[in-house]
Design a protein around this ligand. Structure first.
Ligand SMILES: Nc1ncnc2c1ncn2[C@@H]1O[C@H](COP(=O)(O)OP(=O)(O)OP(=O)(O)O)[C@@H](O)[C@H]1O
Length: 276
């Protein structure tokens, strides 16, 4: 059963896969998910367990169809697991538990960029005088100040995705869940948005769980990379990424450790994609 519960040091939740340590922000335990597709049963996840520490940026890579989106949707509470549990430590009851950023544009077409970015705060009845500076801050961090009064149809794909990222951070959730948010962008916009995300994350130190197909993106952004097995997905490897921050994406790519980690992850993924 799904349990998105406050974790309490004195009363750690344990969904059956092991203890939850004190610094843990997200604890996924023994997650399994089966879908019914007509007469067939599709096993998307099996025995999937994850710990994400408070303030950590964790990326998940895995073969296509291995259950990455299913896992993130369960963590977001959008999908119910067949087995296992998810716990998220909810420190501030005034803040939303999680916000999800999707691959496809999810900003509202009938609202200006400013209204979109401030939407989550407005829903929580935060006074306008408090919303404006927050919105201005995230518009500036995503380079959208000049487009604050524009509507989504007036923006490029990269700008719309910037607005989605700005809205997610402005909403100030306890946990940010990002499902291939830059996958639909061209290479230049992708690199620019990765740099912006690194900068914003450096300022906010939000707990982030980020799905990508790109080994490069995972290494540039995250503190840890989790590699998933082919379906039914489980965590096959957990690799620490120790490049110092703040990071300059282009500099990292010349680092010998970048090449080593990149190769290590690719070999694990290859094994899953082509079979042993
Ligand atoms: N609602 C659903 N009904 C039936 N099967 C589903 C449903 N959602 C997902 N699946 C199946 O579960 C498996 C995992 O899907 P999921 O989208 O989580 O994988 P993914 O790793 O995110 O894929 P990709 O990398 O291609 O985006 C796939 O085989 C998919 O077809």
């Amino acid at each position: 059963m799904l349990r998105v519960d406050p974790l309490d040091k004195a009363n750690p939740r344990d969904g059956g896969g092991g203890a939850v340590s004190a610094g843990t922000k997200i604890a996924v335990r023994g997650l399994a998910k089966q879908f019914q597709a007509g007469a067939a049963t599709v096993s998307a996840l099996e025995g999937c367990s994850i710990d994400v520490a408070e303030g950590e940026f964790v990326t998940i890579v895995g073969p296509s169809g291995c259950g990455k989106t299913t896992l993130l949707r369960i963590v977001a509470g959008l999908e119910t697991p067949s087995q296992g549990s998810v716990s998220i430590r909810h420190r501030d009851a005034g803040k939303p538990l999680s916000t999800m950023v999707f691959q496809e544009t999810s900003i509202f077409p009938w609202m200006t960029v400013r209204a979109n970015v401030g939407y989550g705060l407005m829903l929580r009845d935060v006074p306008r005088a408090q919303i404006d500076p927050v919105v201005d801050k995230f518009l500036a961090l995503t380079g959208l100040e000049r487009f604050a009064d524009a509507y989504p149809y007036q923006l490029s794909g990269g700008m719309k995705q910037r607005a989605s990222v700005a809205r997610a951070f402005a909403n100030d959730p306890e946990v940010l869940l990002m499902d291939e948010p830059f996958a639909a962008l061209d290479e230049q916009n992708k690199i620019l948005l990765q740099e912006e995300l690194l900068r914003i994350w450096g300022e906010t130190r939000k707990t982030v769980l980020f799905i990508t197909h790109s080994i490069d993106e995972a290494l540039v952004l995250s503190d840890r990379v989790l590699v998933m097995s082919a379906r039914p997905g489980r965590i096959k490897a957990d690799l620490r990424v120790n490049f110092p921050r703040p990071r300059a994406a282009m500099d990292l790519r010349g680092d010998p450790d970048y090449a080593r980690l990149s190769r290590e992850i690719w070999l694990m993924l290859r094994e899953e994609v082509v079979g042993r």
